[in-house]
Design a protein around this ligand. Sequence first.
Ligand SMILES: Nc1nc2c(ncn2[C@@H]2O[C@H](COP(=O)(O)OP(=O)(O)O)[C@@H](O)[C@H]2O)c(=O)[nH]1
Ligand SMILES: [Mg+2]
Length: 356
Amino acid sequence: MRIAIIGLPTSGKTTLFDALTGRKEEPGSYAAPGSVQVGVVHVDDGRLDVIAGVVKPKKVTKAALEFVDIGGLFSGEKPSPEAVEAMRGADGFLTVVRAFQSDAVPHRKGSVDAKRDLEEIDADLFIADLDIIERTIERLSASVKKPTPTQDEERTLLALLQRCREQLDTVGALDRLKLSANEDKAIRGFQFLTQKPALLLANIGEDHLGDETAAVAALGDRREPVLAVCAGMEKDLLELDPEERQPFLDDLGLEGLSDQKIVQAVLEAVDLITFFTAGDKETRAWLIPRGTTAVEAAGKVHTDIARGFIRAEVLLVDDLQQYGSWKDTRAHGKERLEGKDYVVQDGDIIHIRFSV
Ligand SMILES: Nc1nc2c(ncn2[C@@H]2O[C@H](COP(=O)(O)OP(=O)(O)O)[C@@H](O)[C@H]2O)c(=O)[nH]1
Ligand SMILES: [Mg+2]
């Protein structure tokens, strides 16, 4: 799963990307507009340790969450096609809003104002979606007049896009538009930016640690969840050896780095859940969107497994821990057998029976 880090210039996107992924670059280092950096963060999950403790596999693999840093985003011009593509391809956004003051790095607008910056981001996402909707409506309005085999489908899509435009005009975003499963499928390919879930991250100054409430309030009344972090300090702390780091953390009254806290907040905001596979060669955690079916989850592990899907055998972590092995958990009647359409739940341990 992939999260795009978005926000205005000098909000601290690249600094945050480095703090999350451990990339070592000079802060503010030049990145060509539209250039796309992808980094991976491994998700700590105590449940994976519990499963590995029982199964004792050769290898334990944490779930991976990808973050994308896009150069030159929202610089006051239309975002480049590469930048738009990187945003459209993401499963959700981590939206960085500048809340720190710095004379060394002045804000393009001359002042720090999180609410104003968020409104600018909202407006740019809105324009990108409206642009596609209007162009497609124009194209479809012409083509539905011709009797073609796809005429009915085009009529339906046209009506749906007109509803989308209306929603954009009145609400400003598509994320709360009520759609049937079929309608959702019909517009999914457009990858509308205002439909994507987001976590807002207020990037606070070093001097505001412990005083996050004001920074969060400065964002105004938002529907997205909000987290306040000092990205610059996270990056600096990450670059220290763990022994060196501890006195600084103690001094700042912090329990540790915030990377995993940010990751957890992203998973929650974007509604991603975790399932596990528990082989003795490899025990592994996987991220999927909530609502993913067993056969879709199988496809994440291997396309062959999805193709030859027979059934899913499902255990809960607590039961496996209590009974000590898959066999004994099954013997106590705690294994569930599920079909292709079973909706995978957070924490399920899944073994797929398949034949190819
Ligand atoms: N004081 C302070 N400076 C920061 C913080 N985060 C980023 N910066 C600085 O702001 C500048 C822009 O950051 P950068 O991550 O490149 O922003 P981007 O344009 O959003 O990618 C750099 O010089 C950073 O060192 C922070 O939390 N505190
Ligand atoms: Mg940057």
